[in-house]
Design a protein around this ligand. Sequence first.
Ligand code: SF4
Length: 209
Amino acid sequence: MIREAVITREHIHLRATAEKGGFFDRLGEIYGEMDRVYDEVASLYGFSCTGCVDNCCQTRFYHHTAIEYAYLVLCFTGLPRDLRTECMDRALAYNLEMKRVHAENGSFFRMCPLNENGLCLLYSSRPMICRLHGIPHELAPPGRAKTYGAGCGAFDAHCGKGVYHPFDRTPFYTAMADLERRFKEAAGISGKVRMTVAEMLASVSEHTP
Ligand code: SF4
């Protein structure tokens, strides 16, 4: 069965708004800065993510920005058609399985539909949390106490629990929140976004005979 990507009016509106306002350009800048700082800190540990058994792409990440949703959909529709079809099949299966597991209050682990043979098909366009995951970090939201987060299983296995090299996610979250606020304002949308990559892909999926 062929599965065709269908761009809805919502997708078109979000894309047009982002392009007109330069919001995708700003997102690219923020992503670039995240990668630069992440690589810098990871290198202090001698840690590099090359894929592992405990692949974080099997973690059910939720993404919370409309700008990242719009960007991922844009990049996804640029993939070759056969790859898109495979991804959309996997996305629909992912969503069904997630629904079933949630109904049973079980733990959900399943490979992200964008992951093909251990590699992300949209690696350079992957969302923020995919970029920041892996090394220990800190977060200092305004008016709230600083919190610390652990590294992933592969990090612990390779680097142990030794000295902490500061990796502050706060400036990235702040920049993303500002971008998201301005983007939503320009697009005339409100409400919170909470989507997995599978749900984003499913939003452009449709059966055709
Ligand atoms: S978007 Fe890419 S990096 Fe993120 S979970 Fe999916 S495959 Fe992994």
